[in-house]
Write a protein that binds this ligand. Structure first.
Ligand SMILES: C[S@@+](CC[C@H](N)C(=O)[O-])C[C@H]1O[C@@H](n2cnc3c(N)ncnc32)[C@H](O)[C@@H]1O
Length: 439
């Protein structure tokens, strides 16, 4: 999953909160004579790689997950294997290849020994493209569709005996994934990562969901946590709650926010988005005073916790509003925010989509965008380009993009080139808000 304005979402502490700690258990590093990893593990951990058609082979973390899974499979007996958030597709490929070893011992669902669920719509499509043969043969299921089934639903439905994933960076994400996977009942979770990113807090989080948690043997600089025996008194899926204070049509308002999993910002309003909304609210009041025609359609691209979508739904009651995100957790969070605020009206839609792929060309008058700027810890300007191209495609001529970015970055030329003439609408030390009119 990509990061955004800051290196860690608010309210979602990263696993780097305790860098000195190591997972519990008899842990040893470099105790395995296996060859050195062939790929860069940190890059694989940092975000979805839609081009899953360019396989690199499992890296060291994938291999420690698979080795541990094979050991656990021998003990846990037959059952399907659930792969979670496999950004590169390598874990899925390796799990499929291991069918002769892991699968023979584990597969109890005829024809579907591996289920690969990922929160990213783009990554889901990439997995389907890369493994189309295995999907057709019924050896692999890649859940998807317009309305993504949650991991909890998939786990409860397919009842895997083994679940494999890389440890997410955010603890909120780890807790959420663990609770969802535990819905499978009798399941063993094997979650791997780089030792330098692992902390005792991860054991504690997993220990809140499973009664037994231990660490695997290390493989180079990677190892896995193994969690078994889901607690019977499992709490409902954690949903974070918060409130955003902002003007809606000139009136100070409190807007309920909800956050599921590791969604950007948790249930806290992003400061950049608030700066954008204050400027936009003034602009919409001016439009109203000038008796401008209602906007035909307004879109929040990358809706996250739903702050901008909820604002649009509240401020533009006559305008159909779309919130759209590539991340299934963000889609669920946006829906929950709209519900909490009573804004889930008929003309408000929320979609799981990559870069508004399903939105018709030239169909929107207004698009709001608070895009991701970081992939892992590195600033990656290219993340924005595809989103700006999507905005250029869906805006009608004369329609406007409202865009917020870190003041330290320069996007004016990029936005102007892709959309049209740019105006600066607000700026503070941290954020700059631009609007651009589609030519
Ligand atoms: C910086 S967050 C902003 C979230 C929210 N709009 C806010 O203001 O708090 C960016 C969002 O864009 C989403 N995103 C990233 N790439 C995307 C893509 N290609 N298509 C749709 N959404 C995307 C991320 O999942 C994330 O939720």
């Amino acid at each position: 999953m990509t990061d955004h304005h800051s290196t860690a979402p608010t309210g979602a502490p990263t696993t780097d909160d305790d860098p000195s700690a190591a997972p519990t258990g008899a842990l040893r590093t470099d105790d395995d004579p296996s060859p050195a990893p062939t790929t860069v593990d940190d890059a694989a951990a940092s975000g979805p790689v839609p081009e899953a058609s360019a396989p690199h082979g499992p890296d060291q973390t994938d291999r420690v997950i698979l080795r541990t899974a094979a050991e656990e499979a021998a003990a846990s007996g037959p059952g399907a294997v659930l792969v979670v958030d496999d950004a590169t597709g390598e874990l899925t490929a390796a799990a499929l290849a291991e069918v002769g070893t892991v699968g023979e011992a584990t597969s109890a669902v005829p024809g579907t020994p591996v289920i690969s669920w990922t929160a990213s719509h783009a990554a889901t499509l990439a997995l389907r493209a890369r493994f189309s043969e295995e999907v057709t043969e019924g050896r692999l299921e890649v859940p998807g569709g317009d309305h993504p089934a949650s991991l909890a639903e998939i786990a409860a439905e397919t009842r895997p005996r083994l679940a494999l994933m890389r440890l997410p960076k955010a603890l909120a994400d780890l807790e959420h994934r663990a609770v969802e996977i535990a819905r499978a009942g009798d399941v063993t979770l094997v979650a791997g990562g780089r030792v330098k990113h692992m902390t005792r807090t991860q054991n504690v989080v997993l220990g809140g969901v499973f009664t037994e948690v231990h660490a695997s043997r290390g493989l180079g600089k990677s190892r896995a946590l193994v969690a078994t025996a889901a607690r019977e008194d499992l709490a409902p899926l954690p949903i974070a709650r918060g409130t955003a204070h902002l003007p809606v049509r000139g009136t100070a308002s409190a807007l309920e926010l909800r956050a599921i999993g590791g969604v950007f910002g948790g249930a806290t309003a992003d400061a950049g988005s608030l700066l954008l909304l204050e400027a936009l609210d003034r602009h919409l009041l001016t439009r109203e005073e000038a008796e401008a025609a209602p906007l035909a359609r307004a879109i929040d691209l990358g809706s996250g916790n739903g702050l901008l979508t909820a604002y649009l739904a509240a401020a533009l009651p006559e305008t159909p509003v779309l919130g759209s995100d590539d991340d299934a957790d963000a889609v669920a969070s946006t829906r929950a925010t709209l519900d909490a605020y009573g804004l889930d009206r008929e003309s408000t839609d929320v979609t799981w989509d990559d870069s508004l792929f399903r939105v018709a060309d030239r169909s929107a008058d207004l698009v709001l965008l608070n895009p991701p700027f970081h992939d892992g810890t590195a600033v990656d300007a290219t993340l924005v380009q595809g989103l700006l191209d999507a905005v250029a495609r869906v805006l009608r001529p004369g329609g406007e993009l409202w865009f917020v970015h870190n003041s330290s970055l320069r996007y004016r030329t990029e936005v102007e080139r892709r959309i049209g003439p740019v105006r600066q609408r607000a700026r503070d030390r941290r954020f700059t808000v631009l609007s651009a009119e589609r030519t």
